[in-house]
Ligand binder design. Structure first.
Ligand code: SF4
Length: 223
């Protein structure tokens, strides 16, 4: 599966990097199909937004209003990205220079300037290098930044999700053409919909992925 490549320099946990958010919002502009919203991100956004917006009651409401699907390979496997708006393709959540969902922003925004990628069950860290004006200010240790921006739930998700995604993409590739649209709808439903926002995320995520794998397997007539 062709997951968008992380651009940046690999860094070790013990390394120090210079970084200070300049509150310039440059990272939140020109982000058409750039900022991924993973299932865990959407779950958290829904919980956060429903506190102040009565029209948001579920992950589906968040997806309908703020996200768009972007196919990433010929299997039909797609990921959801934050919508962008305006001539400068700014993030739909950017309000002036402020993020409207600061405490529930997606992992990609939280860990910036680090991008995190799992490799053989371990996390690897990459320093994004595209906006060099950010790299001044105090030294921060990679390890401390990761601790500050990712909790155990994030780490479990980051390790498990790619592995599961590969299994799903493999099955999607085998779905007969005439059943493909239905498979895609089921894929979106099981991956992103129908979460109980009052219950913990990971058990629901695991159960729904197993259900999706079983349904896809049945559609291709496999064992
Ligand atoms: S969610 Fe917030 S931090 Fe992330 S791109 Fe949008 S405005 Fe910026």
């Amino acid at each position: 599966m062709n997951i968008p490549e992380i651009k940046g320099r690999k860094v070790q946990q013990s390394e120090q990097i210079r970084f200070k958010c300049q509150r310039c919002s440059a990272c939140c502009k020109h982000v058409h199909e750039v900022v991924p919203a993973e299932a865990l991100d959407i779950f958290r956004m829904a919980k956060f937004l429903k506190r102040t917006d009565p029209s948001i009651t579920s992950c589906d409401d968040v997806a309908d209003r703020y996200l768009e699907p972007v196919p990433i390979d010929e299997s039909g496997f797609c990921i959801l990205m934050l919508k962008s708006v305006g001539e400068d393709d700014r993030c739909i959540f950017l309000d002036g220079n402020r993020c409207r969902i600061q405490s529930a922003k997606p992992r990609a925004c939280r860990t910036y300037p680090l991008a995190i990628d799992p490799e053989n069950g371990r996390l690897e860290y990459f320093l994004c290098t595209e906006r060099t004006h950010h790299y001044s200010g105090p030294q921060i240790k990679v390890r401390s930044w990761v601790r500050k921006t990712m909790n155990d739930e994030d780490k479990a998700f980051v390790i498990e999700d790619p592995e599961c995604s590969v299994r799903i993409a493999r099955l999607l590739r085998q779905i007969p053409k005439q059943q493909f649209s239905r498979a895609l709808l089921l894929f979106l439903h099981y991956r992103y919909s129908d979460y109980d926002l009052e219950q913990p995320f990971m058990p629901q995520y695991r159960r729904k992925n197993e259900q999706l794998l079983a349904v896809l397997q049945k559609m291709i007539g496999g064992n």
